[in-house]
Design a binder for this molecule. Structure first.
Ligand code: UDP
Length: 416
C-alpha cells in the first residue's frame, strides 16, 4: 500500500513511553503494524522517541509530561508549539496523505482550521468526551477531518457535532495479546493490583479502603501527578500539593497506604510491569469515571489476569462478566467480586485478548478508517481548477463541506 501517514503522538512523552503512557503505548503498538502493512509513517513526537518510522519529526527535545498539570497559562503553549511544528511539516512537504492525530483538543482544533487544501485527518479521541464541550459542541472539520473513539460507549456519550464527524471506534490493543493464548499460564500471587496514573477517576482510594477492609494485599502502580517514584514525591515537599492528583493521593489514598498491606510503588515499566500484572489475582478498576479506552484493562486480559471493576465506560465492552472479569454498578459489591475473582480462568482472559486486542486487529481497522476518511475527503474536494482563475477569490464551496476562501493561489493547480 502506498500511503504516507503523519502520526502525531504529541509532545508529552517519548514513544515508546519510558513507563506510564496510554496514548504513547497505543502509537508504539500501531506504528510497527502499519509499517508491516506497507504504510509509510512520519512520527511527530519528541526527540527522545526511539520508535522506528520512515521519519521522526519533533519540536521539543524531550517529553513535556511534567508540565501537563500546571496552570493553563504555563502549559497551553506547549501543545500549540508542537502543533505548529506539525502544520509546518504538512505545509512544506507534499507526501503526507493523511494525518492521524492523538493530541487532545489542540490537535483537532488545529487540523480542522487548516482549510480544504490540507490533507485529510483522523483524530483519535482517547479521553472523556465530556471535556471540551465548547470545542466538541461546535466542531466543523468539513469533510476533511474525522474523529474516531476508542470504545462504543465513549462515542455514545459524545456531543452531536462530534458524533457527526465520527467514523466509529477502534478498541485499544497491546503487543502482549500476540499469542497470549499460547504462553505458559503465570503463577498467581495473592495480591490485587491497580495499574494506572493515580487520579480520582481511577479510584485508588476506593481500592485502598477495600483492601484494608478485606485484609488483602494491594499494589498501587503508576505516577502521582508528575512523580514517578515515592522518593521523588517525598522530596518535592509542599509545592507538590499544587498538583490536583498529588492532593488526591496525599489526602484520600495515602492514609490507607501502610507500606505493608497496601503499597504505592510508583511507576513500573517493561518486564517488571508485566510480571506484576500477570501475577496479580485480579486487576482492580474501581472507576469513578467513564473509562474511555482502558489500555490497562486490555493488558490485564492479555496477561491472564481477570478484571474486577465498576461497570463504567468501556469496561462492559472489554470484559465479559463472569468469564474474563467481574463487573458491578455498585461500588459496595466490589468486595464480594474481589473474593470471587480467584475462580475465573486466566486462560479465558488470554484467549479473549489474543482474539480481540492484538496490534494486527487494531491496525487493520485503522487502515480501513484511513481509506474511509480519504474517500470522504476526496469525494467532497473541489474540482481541480487552474488557480489563475481563483486568485483572491472564494473557492467553490464543496458539497457538504465547510467552505473556505483562499487568497494566495500561486498559479499552480490546486490539489484535487
Ligand atoms: N502504565 C505503566 N506503568 C505504570 C502505570 C501505567 O506502564 O506504572 C501503563 C499501562 O500499562 C497502560 C498505560 O500506562 O499502558 C495507561 O493507560 P490507560 O489507558 O490504562 O490509562 P490512561 O491513559 O487513562 O492513563
Amino acid at each position: 500500500m502506498s500511503l504516507t501517514v503523519l502520526m502525531n503522538a504529541g509532545p508529552w512523552l517519548s514513544v515508546p513511553p519510558p513507563g506510564y503512557g496510554g496514548i504513547e503505548n497505543v502509537v508504539a503498538t500501531l506504528v510497527p503494524e502499519l509499517r508491516r502493512l506497507g504504510v509509510r509513517v512520519v512520527l511527530a513526537s519528541v526527540e527522545t522517541s526511539t520508535l522506528a518510522a520512515e521519519e521522526r519529526i519533533s519540536v521539543f527535545p524531550d517529553g513535556q509530561f511534567a508540565a501537563l498539570q500546571r496552570p493553563y497559562n504555563q502549559v497551553c503553549g506547549i501543545a500549540q508549539a508542537h502543533l505548529a511544528g506539525v502544520v509546518r511539516a504538512v505545509r512544506t512537504r507534499d507526501d503526507i496523505d493523511l494525518v492521524h492525530d492523538h493530541v487532545e483538543a489542540v490537535g483537532l482544533a488545529t487540523l480542522a482550521a487548516m482549510g480544504p487544501d490540507a490533507p485529510p485527518a483522523l483524530h483519535t479521541l482517547h479521553w472523556d468526551l465530556a471535556k471540551h464541550p465548547a470545542l466538541y459542541g461546535h466542531l466543523d472539520g468539513g469533510d476533511r477531518v474525522r474523529v474516531n473513539g476508542v470504545s462504543a460507549s465513549q462515542l455514545a456519550r459524545a456531543p452531536r457535532a462530534l458524533r457527526e464527524h465520527s467514523v466509529g471506534h477502534v478498541h485499544l490493543a497491546t503487543p502482549l495479546a500476540v499469542d497470549a493464548d499460547r504462553r505458559k499460564p503465570p503463577a498467581k500471587g495473592g495480591y490485587l493490583l491497580i495499574l494506572g496514573r493515580v487520579n480520582p477517576g481511577k479510584g485508588q482510594d476506593v481500592g485502598a479502603r477495600l483492601a484494608q477492609r478485606l485484609r488483602m494485599p494491594l499494589v498501587l502502580a503508576g505516577p502521582v501527578g508528575p512523580y514517578h517514584r515515592p522518593a521523588d514525591l517525598a522530596a518535592a515537599g509542599d509545592e507538590a500539593r499544587q498538583n490536583p492528583d498529588v492532593r488526591f493521593f496525599l489526602d484520600e489514598v495515602a492514609p490507607h497506604v501502610d507500606g505493608d498491606l497496601v503499597r504505592w510503588i510508583g511507576t513500573v515499566a517493561g518486564q517488571e510491569r508485566d510480571d506484576l500484572l500477570a501475577g496479580a489475582r485480579a486487576a482492580l478498576f474501581p472507576l469513578r469515571w467513564e473509562e474511555p479506552g482502558g489500555t490497562a484493562v486490555v493488558e490485564s486480559l492479555a496477561l491472564g489476569t481477570p478484571v474486577v471493576a465498576t461497570a463504567r465506560g468501556c469496561l462492559p465492552e472489554l470484559v465479559e462478566h463472569g468469564r474474563t472479569g467481574l463487573l458491578t454498578t455498585d461500588e459496595d459489591e466490589l468486595a464480594d467480586l474481589v473474593s470471587a475473582a480467584g475462580r475465573l480462568d486466566p486462560d479465558e482472559c488470554r484467549r479473549e485478548a489474543a482474539a480481540r486486542f492484538t496490534p494486527a486487529v487494531m491496525a487493520q481497522r485503522y487502515v480501513e478508517l484511513y481509506e474511509r476518511v480519504r474517500a470522504t475527503a476526496a469525494a467532497a474536494a473541489p474540482p481541480t481548477v487552474p488557480t489563475a482563475r481563483l486568485t483572491g477569490a472564494a473557492l467553490p464551496r464543496p458539497a457538504g463541506g465547510s467552505g473556505a476562501t483562499v487568497g494566495t493561489a500561486t498559479g499552480d493547480l490546486l490539489p484535487a
